[in-house]
Write a protein that binds this ligand. Structure first.
Ligand code: FAD
Ligand code: SF4
Length: 487
């Protein structure tokens, strides 16, 4: 008889069990919500997924307790958890046997063997290694189609004049009695026990069951994947979803196995249902980026999480922390912040180039920014934050995972979106009443970090541009005066 498997709330799919009928232990701990202010829809999604998992199995024991320790009264096994704190907790328990991690395509040992001794850990190299090792999008020893990388085709601005991409939206989720119960519980915790949440409640938008997740995957591959590639990096004010998959929350809850997701995408390419460039771009996100950031979380030393190479010390302003989009006039930032408030999700470019870029320009503390992303996004987990927020978005690691800071002015946002036309600011202006906060913020960021960035050859051109500015003093003064006010 197989032992009971304790499943954390991000290990809910069949690939976390040794046999389909393995007995399961689930723990719903309220303490998690007392410690941190999570987005209301994220709390709903996680609790709904846990409770639906209880309802889906024959021998599933769901224990509701204040802490995990109280619930662990019998010997169980568990797959390697996804945070250092959870792993340390599991390792302290005599009654729990820990198995290797699941829920990622590549194995930790293979990553370490690939990474050890390399001067730079670059996604592109890891991604090629992973594709070869797992035979994904390969024709023998060669990449399918003859190229590893179709990024150049996948970085187009939005189609000219379009208000939306012409792709069918993901099918809506139908809430049920379990969702009603979760909503009532959260209301009660909020009003009677003072547990706080951030963001608006709303109908559940993301899968909480394996069935819902598979339906979303099928719909994406059939209807949205064919359009995924070209406008992957573009933003449209009236189309927050574009052709993105919205599968991150389901994969991170463990409802979908990332390997089945990339296999389905590859089948779509092989059958002629989706073009290679988009399928390659999508595969790169999952087999590449997702596995890469997972391994970096464990590979980098624990204090990587507290890295602060640019010495950014400012606190998150209240309007940002509380998702007060109405306080913001900058059209791009207001819209994206409203997306976080209303859905707990925006796609990659708003995260990196609107939210992260703004935070880095203003010198907000990277640890606080990472914590904010973790709490406010339906797909946020500690392992994702380290590389994505500390490394990629805030450059707080001084360049261990990206070659230059993802800092950009209004020109980038103007090229990649339709936001600027309807904004009270002008992306070309860096000083004056209509100076775009991103453009002004970009130059003042470069001015502040000129010495640190000097040795970075990819920053030479921007720094030359900085030295040619004749209004830098006025610009810096204006940015100082803006302080932490909403733009
Ligand atoms: P798609 O564009 O459809 O991509 C497909 C899948 O690839 C995603 O579902 C996701 O599983 C995976 N993926 C793509 N990029 C990454 C990446 N950089 N890291 C990990 N997985 C990736 N992703 C999270 O899952 N959770 C987070 O909390 C998170 N926070 C982020 C914070 C910042 C500042 C940045 C720059 C990126 C963050 N990402 C995070 C990565 C990425 O933005 C999201 O995975 C993606 O936007 C989710 O939407 P989607 O499912 O439609 O993705
Ligand atoms: Fe954003 Fe600046 Fe464009 Fe306004 S002008 S939408 S603030 S980039």
């Amino acid at each position: 008889r197989v032992e009971r498997r304790w499943l954390f709330a991000d290990q809910l799919g069949p690939h976390f069990l040794d046999a389909p009928d393995q007995p399961v232990l689930l723990v719903e701990s309220k303490a998690v919500f007392r410690r941190r202010v999570f987005h209301r829809q994220k709390a709903h999604l996680v609790l709904s997924a846990l409770r639906h998992r209880e309802a889906a199995g024959d021998d599933v024991r769901l224990v509701r307790s204040e802490t995990y320790a109280e619930a662990l009264t019998e010997p169980v096994s568990v797959c390697h958890p996804t945070s250092r704190a959870a792993r340390a907790f599991v390792q302290r328990l005599d009654t729990v046997e820990m198995r290797p991690p699941r829920g990622f395509v590549t194995a930790p040992g293979d990553f370490v063997a690939w990474a050890d001794g390399r001067k730079h850990l670059r996604l592109e190299d890891f991604y090629r290694f992973a594709r070869r090792q797992h035979d994904v999008l390969m024709d023998g020893d060669e990449p399918a189609g003859g190229h590893w990388n179709y990024d150049a085709e996948n970085r187009e601005p939005p189609p000219r004049g379009a208000r939306t991409l012409d792709v069918p939206p993901p099918p809506p989720i139908r809430e049920d009695a379990i969702d009603d119960e979760v909503r009532a519980d959260l209301d009660r915790w909020q009003h009677d026990e003072g547990i706080e949440f951030v963001g608006n409640d709303g109908p559940r938008l993301f899968p909480a069951t394996r069935t819902e997740a598979l339906a979303r995957l099928r719909h994406f591959v059939e209807h949205r994947l064919p359009a995924f590639g070209p406008h992957e990096d573009a933003m449209l004010a009236n189309d927050p979803l574009m052709a993105h998959s919205l599968l991150s929350a389901a994969i991170n809850l463990g409802l979908l196995d990332p390997r089945e997701v990339v296999d389905r995408a590859e089948q779509a390419y092989r059958s002629g249902a989706a073009p290679l460039a988009g399928v390659e771009g999508f595969t790169r996100q999952i087999l590449g980026w997702r596995d890469f950031v997972w391994h970096l979380y464990w590979y980098f030393e624990p204090r990587y999480r507290t890295a602060n190479a640019l010495d950014a010390r400012r606190a998150l302003p209240a309007w940002f922390a509380s998702l007060d989009a109405d306080a913001v006039e900058a059209r791009c930032l207001s819209d994206v912040l409203a997306g976080v408030r209303d859905r707990g999700w925006v796609h990659h470019i708003p995260r990196l180039m609107v939210l992260g870029n703004y935070a880095m320009q203003r010198g907000w503390r990277p640890g606080a920014v990472a914590d904010w992303f973790h709490r406010c996004f339906v797909d946020g987990y500690e392992w994702v934050m380290t590389a994505n927020v500390i490394g990629m978005s805030q450059f707080a690691d001084g360049g261990r995972m990206s070659t230059k800071p993802y800092a950009a002015g209004g020109a980038y946002i103007n090229r990649m979106s339709d936001y600027c036309g309807g904004c009270r600011y002008d992306p070309k202006h860096r000083t004056g009443d209509d100076a775009c906060p991103y453009t002004a913020g970009y130059w003042s960021f470069l001015a502040r970090h000129e010495d640190t960035l000097e040795g970075n050859h990819r920053m030479r051109r921007p720094l030359r541009g900085l030295r040619r500015l004749d209004d830098l003093d006025a610009l810096v003064e204006q940015e100082e005066a803006r302080g932490s006010r909403a733009p």
